[in-house]
Design a protein around this ligand. Sequence first.
Ligand code: NAD
Length: 341
Amino acid sequence: MKTKVAINGYGTIGKRVADAVAAQDDMEVVGVVKTRPTIEAKFAIAKNYPLYVTEVSKKQAFVDADIPIAGTLDDLLAKADIVVDCAPGKLGAENKKIYETKGIKAIFQGGEKEGVADASFNAQNNFRNCIGKQFIRVVSCNTTGLCRTLGEINRTFGVKKARVVLMRRGPDPGDSKKGPVNAIVPNPATVPSHHGPDVNSVLPDMKIVTSAVIVPTTLMHMHSVMVELEKEATTNEVKELFERAPRIITVRAKEGIESTAQIMEYARDAGRSRSDLNEIAVWEESINVLGNELFYMQAIHQESDVVPENIDAIRAMTGLTEDAVRSMIKTDTALKLKKWW
Ligand code: NAD
């Protein structure tokens, strides 16, 4: 029997999580929830995802747009084993009240505060802590990227302290309302930013301080990472570590990947759905150990790196497996990601 998954919120993250669930052989999409009859609603129907509305009052707009509706969120939750909440940030905390009333397990996204869930999740680092939990939060795209690479470094060489400057994309590519158009915005203007404490929600002992700016691009985020190591390491050892690590790829400027633009082109050429890159891309040339300090630069595809994490979180919470590696291999095989095992 497949685990029945509901997706509440069918936008940037929700539509990707739905496709990733549909690609697995141990779970299925029992429905997706939308608030407005946009073109995404028509695509959901075209993909045979039963379409639900958040509440009865939203139904008429879909009837007027000739888009068939299977029912309301309440109807959908009655059919599901678990719901993945992909509503805009902060709305998940509101939706949690509904999930509590229904007694259904729920996964929240990184736009929610840490306290919304029993635990924060990153498959490589704390799958076991999330087994059987009712509410978990898949950390944000930036935090996911930091947990993946810093987690690997910490397990192998030990991290004495990490310092990271995050250059964050403005809006997502499909968003025409937000900026900045011609500015670099300290966000927040205070240091440290919230990203370090968010990493600590998964890796509590990591000594990390972060600062962040927003830049006028839509493609990806970029991190400049500086790490003081506990143990001796060589540049080559770190390169090899990232080569064999799950959900991390190394890219090379000398092969023409000189910016986030070429990383997205790489994802298109690799035939990735929506030109997504679920892995974290580390520039091989940027990896450098000087004394006991490690430096590297990594790019984060904000729209997709959290998607495989949602799939593994479903397995951890619903008891499909207690083995993180087994789950990650299953997820990554179905999504045709880098073969690291
Ligand atoms: P989005 O705005 O692209 O999509 C949200 C969807 O939810 C829309 O279809 C909207 O119509 C629908 N919606 C609105 N109100 C709703 C409600 N009350 N109940 C259910 N659905 C509702 O948002 P997104 O970018 O997919 O973000 C979703 C979550 O994922 C947020 O917590 C965000 O912080 C997080 N996240 C986003 C990104 C990213 O780059 N976009 C990356 C990682 C995590």
